[in-house]
Design a protein around this ligand. Structure first.
Ligand code: AMP
Ligand code: TRP
Length: 346
């Protein structure tokens, strides 16, 4: 009988990131930001602005730093507490790039060839995509394992990248005879809004890159814009059903009920119990009022912080320092496992 390889036995750590590209929307808020805030008291939490990932597609150098501060402002405005959670720009911790290189030599081409996000983002002309866009998920694995993070809150679209992270951790542990060296991190894809859909098309994800601004609620939209976008959201003419089963068959209605549930910290079933039999003439204004009530304070605080870049910079400087302290020893151990030279060793 062979023993199963030793599992990772270190402490629980939460980590996630959002790219510094374009402005944030309700999908980012419900699928990611709000979740980080709910989880930050359950374990040490690392949340970064993924600027290395952002440049896998062209970013104007004149605005990248401002976008980085904007995401950091959104973290703080949503309720992440910089005293407890480590908030930092990814590129300020150079260990991310170094570990990504090592993982580039662990991951297999066949694994990356299966990544659906690369296929979507590279579109018709794959040969014109940056090499960075292709190895994007390898850098993501480095982001996570550099801190030995065990739990990663993300939206549904990141599931495949988390599976790849687990494959890389496992292969590294096997190749270097280091069972349990890296944890196999758990994706935390939970709640009623892990995939918020476009307000114009119930079959498309709400996304930064949708050309129609009516398709999404931006975190910086004011109350009037929020109300008007919800009023114009595509729906069907039927009243809301009384079962989840019936809701599932109506993607636009399902999406709005999911948004309501996530904003109100309820389940979809609880929302249906209240609104079944009512038409969108009643439900949409209720949803708009709830969205304005919940997002208004976040937007206000975000605007205040964006007007005070020095305050955001203080958080990022302190966060980068703490992140480096956590990352450096893990990278040093990793380098030793790989067999890299260091004076006096080996
Ligand atoms: P990104 O803006 O692509 O860096 O995504 C940042 C985070 O927001 C990730 O955890 C995504 O999974 C999440 N996210 C992005 N779009 C959506 C959406 N439409 N619904 C739910 N979560 C989303
Ligand atoms: N790829 C993620 C996204 O687009 C962002 C990201 C980069 C991330 N590194 C990460 C998320 C590490 C979780 C953990 O949404």
């Amino acid at each position: 009988m062979t023993d199963a390889p030793a599992a990772y036995s270190g402490p629980k750590r939460i980590l996630s990131g959002i790219q510094a590209s374009g402005s944030l929307h309700l999908g980012n808020y419900l699928g990611a930001l709000k979740r980080f805030v709910e989880l930050q008291d359950t374990a040490p939490t690392f949340v970064f602005v993924a600027d290395l990932h952002a440049i896998t597609v062209w970013q104007d150098p004149a605005v990248l730093a401002a976008q980085t501060r904007e995401i950091a402002a959104a973290y703080i405005a949503s309720g992440l507490d910089p005293k407890h959670s480590t908030i930092f720009p990814q590129s300020a911790v150079r260990e991310h790039a170094e570990l990504a290189w090592i993982f580039n030599c662990v991951a297999r081409l066949g694994w990356l060839d299966r990544m659906t996000q690369f296929k979507e983002k590279s579109g018709q002309h794959k040969e014109r995509a940056s090499v960075g866009l292709y190895t994007y998920p390898v850098l993501q694995a480095a982001d996570i394992l550099l801190y030995r993070a065990t739990h990663v809150p993300v939206g549904e679209d990141q599931k495949q990248h988390l599976e790849l992270t687990r494959d890389i951790a496992q292969k590294f542990n096997n190749d270097f005879s280091a069972p349990g060296f890296f944890p196999l991190p758990e994706p935390m894809i939970q709640g009623p809004a892990t995939r918020v859909m476009s307000l114009r098309d119930g079959s498309a994800k709400m996304s930064k890159s949708d050309p129609s601004d009516l398709s999404r609620i931006n975190l910086l939209d004011d109350a009037d814009a929020i109300a008007s976008k919800i009023r114009k959201a595509r729906t069907d003419p039927e009243p809301l059903p009384d079962t989840l089963e019936a809701l599932k068959a109506r993607p636009e209605a399902d999406n709005l009920v999911g948004i309501y549930a996530a904003l109100a910290d309820e389940t979809k079933a609880e929302v249906l119990a209240r609104y079944a039999g009512q038409g969108f003439g009643v439900f949409k204004p209720a949803l708009a009022a709830l969205a304005v009530e919940k997002l208004g304070p976040v937007t206000g605080e975000m605007r205040r912080l964006m007007a005070d870049p020095a305050e955001v910079d203080r958080v990022l400087v302190a966060g980068a320092e703490r992140a480096r302290e956590a990352a450096a020893p893990i990278l040093a151990e990793t380098r030793a496992k790989v067999g890299f030279w260091s004076a006096g060793a080996g």
